[in-house]
Design a protein around this ligand. Structure first.
Ligand SMILES: [Zn+2]
Length: 423
């Protein structure tokens, strides 16, 4: 397959090159050549003369099954929202619901340019089924907590899932304790042992709300990240979602030991949790990726929206605090690095997986393009996220903004039907 005459190829390679009027050849699941005038003999050709081609985006923290809970409640304090709405709804959310919610969410992500997501939740077998059927790539972890005394069953499910999917092409299993205040030290350490055996991600919520941190410090006399560090759990495989209320000493631990901060600006704002100091993390050389978190607190899965919000939030006092290029990195290369997949996805070069998206330059909000900086600016601050084509693992999954094999209206109808019991 050849993507022909690409008007702008945003490679996100080490030099952040943007190539013009170039071809990309895809052989099986990989990019096999990039150049001018590549032979199209015996190849399926995609004309990209009026398109941007860039790496598929990476959503580094979400709970895709929660897509079924979109708009269920928007105006409650976090504790009331969780205790009165979300937890009771999750009690009712069974395996079939998780599958339907995940399918709806995967479809929404693909059509807004996300090709890979990092998820922690329940019913991971059903989420995996939705990933397989929609053609996405994902890092999936069964979330584990034991504060209610039911940790053993969850732990067993987490391990079984990781074993079952350890050889899968597009699904990478990970391990995910929910948070330091819901998972005991034993659970935190045990999950890390499994994660080390598989060299997989260790995905956890960290310091999302002020009260959660204050309560934890009062009870344990140690900050959340210090607690993780005391247990020897902070390294490059750590994915810490939120990090809104993090002290300098904790940031220093990340600086020294590695690990990724996932910024979830929409969810943090919507739940009144606060604003993570992302420019400070970036200045310290800490890897920062972007996530949507679950739809119940966002309320969509559009990473382009999250990118713009990130820019606006951190420019609020000075426009020099963050650049469009830094934000583009967060949704591509930094996400890939977080997931341990930087040699495969997140940027475009020969030998990498062909996870690509195309964007129509004929749309009003992508025009005009003021040079390379203007193009990056358009992608971060102007584009609405409605991509044209999506390739995952070298396969076309979205063409002309429609999924190639799914009955899209059927997915939406099914979501409507099964979600009636929640409202
Ligand atoms: Zn979350």
């Amino acid at each position: 397959m050849i993507l022909k005459n690409i008007r702008y190829l945003v490679t996100q390679n080490a030099d952040r090159q943007i190539l013009e009027n170039v071809d990309v050849k895809i052989s099986e699941d990989k990019i096999s050549a990039i150049g001018h005038d590549l032979s199209t003999e015996d190849e399926e050709v995609f004309d990209c003369s009026d398109k941007v081609v860039m790496p598929g985006l990476i959503n580094a923290h979400t709970h895709v099954s929660m897509t079924l809970l979109r708009g269920i409640s928007d105006d409650l304090e976090l504790d009331d929202w969780l205790n009165d709405v979300i937890f009771p709804a999750e009690e009712k959310l069974d395996a079939e619901d998780a599958y339907v919610g995940a399918k709806l969410g995967c479809l929404e992500m693909l059509k807004s340019g996300t090709t890979t997501f990092n998820d922690m939740y329940d019913h991971m077998d059903q989420v995996a089924e939705a990933v397989e059927e929609t053609g996405m790539r994902a890092v999936l972890s069964r979330g584990v907590l034991d504060v209610d005394g039911n940790g053993d069953e969850r732990m067993a499910e987490a391990v079984d899932f990781a074993i079952d999917y350890s050889e899968h092409d597009r699904i990478t299993p990970g391990f995910a304790p929910h948070a330091v205040y819901t998972a005991s030290s034993d659970v935190l350490s045990e999950l890390k042992e499994f994660a080390e055996d598989l060299d997989s991600v260790y995905h956890i919520h960290v310091s999302e709300t002020r009260s959660e941190v204050e309560d934890f410090v009062t009870e344990n006399n140690v900050t959340p990240l210090q607690h993780l560090d005391n247990l020897d759990l902070v390294d490059d495989n750590l994915i810490a979602a939120h990090c809104v209320w993090m002290m300098d000493e904790e940031k220093y631990i990340l600086e020294e030991n590695g690990g990724t901060v996932v910024h979830n600006p929409a969810a943090n704002l919507k739940l009144g949790s606060g604003i993570a100091d992302i420019p400070d993390f970036l200045d310290r050389g800490i890897n920062v990726a972007l996530g949507t978190d679950g739809v119940a607190s966002n309320n969509n899965l559009n990473l382009f929206e999250e990118a713009k919000l990130t820019g606006l939030l951190h420019k609020r006092e000075s426009p020099t605090e963050i650049t469009a290029q830094q934000i583009l990195d967060m949704i591509t290369v930094n996400g890939a690095e977080a997931l341990g997949l930087k040699d495969e996805i997140g940027s475009i070069s020969v030998g990498k997986k062909a996870d690509l998206i195309t964007i129509d330059l004929g749309s009003e909000e992508m025009s005009p393009v003021h040079g390379e900086d203007g193009l990056v600016s358009n992608l971060v601050f102007a584009f609405d996220g409605k991509v044209e084509d999506v390739f995952v693992d070298g396969e076309v999954v979205v063409k002309g903004s429609e999924h190639v094999s799914l009955d899209e209206s059927g997915v939406v109808e099914m979501a409507e039907k099964v979600s009636r019991k929640f409202s």
